[in-house]
Design a protein around this ligand. Structure first.
Ligand SMILES: [Zn+2]
Ligand SMILES: [Zn+2]
Length: 389
């Protein structure tokens, strides 16, 4: 008993000590410092801002570039506000047949950000060669499309995101893609840099099958416009924490976000009419002792929908794993200003039948109930046969 009391007191004092040291640290940083922001601009490759020596930033906004001009062996553009110089850093080849440019490679592989513009000198950039960005240790990339060029759904050779990084031995992402004949899927290891966490894709109509499959390091993917998201497009993107499906997207393919277990927030536009089978499937088969059951491993919490409840009920869901409300706890309807108009939960928003099944799959106790009911029916049946023999 004594030992127990000592242990209990020790535990309490340890708790008190940790919570106090946390509070002290918090209050000291608030009291001693008044921010003093520099008059001149500080900048990174995205933004300019005024900075205090403590690291606090104000007035941050994206660079406002002028036109490209020629430099010694490259092209550059300057921010009109802070003077930051952004080099194009691309080896472009003009293709006479298509009157457009092909990206063949980069001039400097040490940069942290690459932007491939939609057009240059009034001509479209229509293609990027395989391995054009091989060996670059990027943090951010801005591309007009995914893979080698813009795609439609029926195209063969729908290369995924990794295509432009080539298949060098540093390959870290195994990606699948639609091969030479329709319906054949191939596998390739691409050298996508592990430092790359930010991806921006321009205006495309179709996002390829498995476009970002197995891209585990990417935290943010922004697509400016896409009508249809292909099957397994973000399959196993375990680094993704949130995703905004762009306005104008009509359809999401099956298994599109399967395995993207760390997405916490997802925003869905009113334009969505169809979400394919298992689009949000994130279940794991658990075996514990004599029990085995499926358990949700999704971290999805919030679904932000930009349409009306009536619109939501008209979405064609492939199965119950295609409805994100199968996993999320909060449903928000946004009004035209992006403000939250209504908040609900999955009980009111999942299809009742599917919801029942999902509770069953998720609840190990349910196995016992089913066993008890089954045993009861069996006993009753045997008694019935016995009495009427
Ligand atoms: Zn400060
Ligand atoms: Zn700037």
């Amino acid at each position: 008993m004594k030992k127990f009391i000592l242990f209990f007191l020790g535990f309490i004092s340890l708790f008190a000590f940790t919570s106090c040291s946390f509070l002290e640290e918090d209050s000291s940083s608030e009291n001693t410092h008044t921010h003093s922001f520099s008059d001149s601009w500080t900048y990174d490759y995205d933004c300019h801002y005024h900075e205090c020596e403590c690291g606090e930033k104000i007035d941050a906004s994206e660079h406002d570039y002028g036109e490209y001009y020629t430099t010694e062996n490259d092209y550059a553009r300057k921010c009109k506000i802070c003077g930051y110089v952004d080099y194009l850093n691309l080896n472009l080849l003009y293709d006479n047949d298509t009157s457009s440019y092909i990206v063949q490679g980069v001039i400097n592989k040490d940069v942290k950000k690459i932007e491939v513009p939609t057009e240059f000198n009034g001509h479209e950039i229509s293609k990027i060669k395989s391995g054009a960005f091989s060996g670059c240790k990027l943090e951010k990339i801005i591309l007009p499309f995914v893979g080698d060029k813009k795609h439609i759904e029926t195209d063969t050779n729908q290369y995924p995101f990794g295509y432009v990084f080539g298949t060098s031995k540093s390959g870290i992402s195994q990606q699948y893609y639609a091969g030479t004949s329709a319906g054949t899927y191939l596998t390739q290891k691409y050298g996508i840099p592990s430092t790359l966490t930010n991806v921006v894709i321009g205006d495309i109509d179709y996002l390829q099958y498995g476009a970002f499959i197995e891209c585990k390091y990417i935290k943010n993917i922004k697509i400016n416009h896409v009508s249809k998201i292909g099957k397994s497009a973000f399959y196993n993107c375990t680094g993704l924490e949130s995703f905004d499906i762009p306005n104008g997207t009509i359809e999401i393919g099956s298994s599109a976000f399967k395995g993207a277990i760390n997405i916490k927030n997802i925003s869905i536009p009113a334009s969505i009419t169809k979400i394919g089978d298992d689009a949000f499937y994130n279940m794991s088969y658990v075996s514990a002792g004599r029990q085995s059951y499926f358990e949700s491993i999704s971290n999805l919490e919030n679904v932000y929908y930009q349409g009306t409840l009536d619109n939501w009920s008209k979405i064609e869901f492939g199965n119950y794993h295609s409805n994100p409300m199968r996993y999320a706890s909060n449903f928000y309807l946004l009004d035209n200003n992006g403000e939250i108009e209504y908040r609900g939960n999955n009980y009111s928003l999942s299809n009742e039948f599917y919801h029942y099944i999902s509770i069953y799959l998720n609840n190990k106790m349910m196995h016992y109930y089913v066993c008890i009911v089954f045993l009861f029916l069996l006993t009753y049946g045997i008694m019935y046969i016995w009495e009427n023999r």
